[in-house]
Ligand binder design. Structure first.
Ligand code: ADP
Ligand code: MG
Length: 179
């Protein structure tokens, strides 16, 4: 059966570091309607943080610009988060995606942003045009709800991992998030 889009959120915001935590929380709050488990929501938050931080730090730098975030929720419990910018773009996407690769000269970045997005999502697509901008598409399929699992495996006694609507993030996100 083809999956259906059940809800869409679109957000446009200034590429400022103060908006990193806001965008993470907003995506998280929107995704909460699918009742994800705590670890799933933490994964999405961290991946979004990394993508948004890259827009702030790399795409626009001090000149600023707009970040475009779209979240789509699907009937099969998949979540698709798109983070776009119209900044400087990436010359070599394959190279940029390698763990520890960074063009940062300040020593503040560890070159692990894409690796984190990759590991916290089921799939990550990065398309970029130098001078035009970058599109990041992250897909994550949430596990079935405990009630659905109970139907499929006969175990109804497993309702302990639904996520509270907080803003916790995994320790692997090493950026300063201000929360
Ligand atoms: N949105 C973007 N616009 C321009 N360049 C980017 C963008 N995202 C990532 N990059 C480039 O890819 C590199 C790797 O990104 P990442 O893995 O997040 O590591 P880090 O941010 O620590 O440098 C960055 O150093 C930068 O050169
Ligand atoms: Mg980064």
């Amino acid at each position: 059966m083809r999956r259906k889009t059940i809800n869409i959120m679109r957000l446009e915001l200034e590429a400022k570091s103060v908006n990193e935590s806001f965008s993470r929380q907003t995506v998280s709050a929107f995704t909460a309607q699918l009742s994800p488990a705590l670890d799933e929501l933490a994964d999405i938050r961290c991946a979004v943080s990394e993508a948004v931080t890259n827009c702030v730090v790399h795409a626009y730098g001090s000149s600023g610009g707009t970040i475009y975030i779209t979240v789509k929720l699907f009937s099969d419990r998949s979540v698709r988060v798109t983070v776009k910018d119209k900044g400087c773009g990436i010359e070599d996407v394959e190279l940029a995606r390698r763990p520890l690769y960074t063009t940062d000269k300040t020593g503040e970045r560890g070159g692990m942003g894409f690796a984190i997005m990759d590991s916290f999502c089921d799939s990550l697509r990065v398309t970029s045009k130098p001078g035009r901008g970058t599109d990041i598409i992250m897909n994550k399929k949430l596990r079935p709800l405990p009630s659905e699992r109970a139907v499929s495996d006969g175990d109804a006694d497993n309702d302990t991992d639904a996520a509270p609507e907080d803003d916790s993030c995994r320790k692997t996100n090493t950026r300063s998030t201000g929360d």
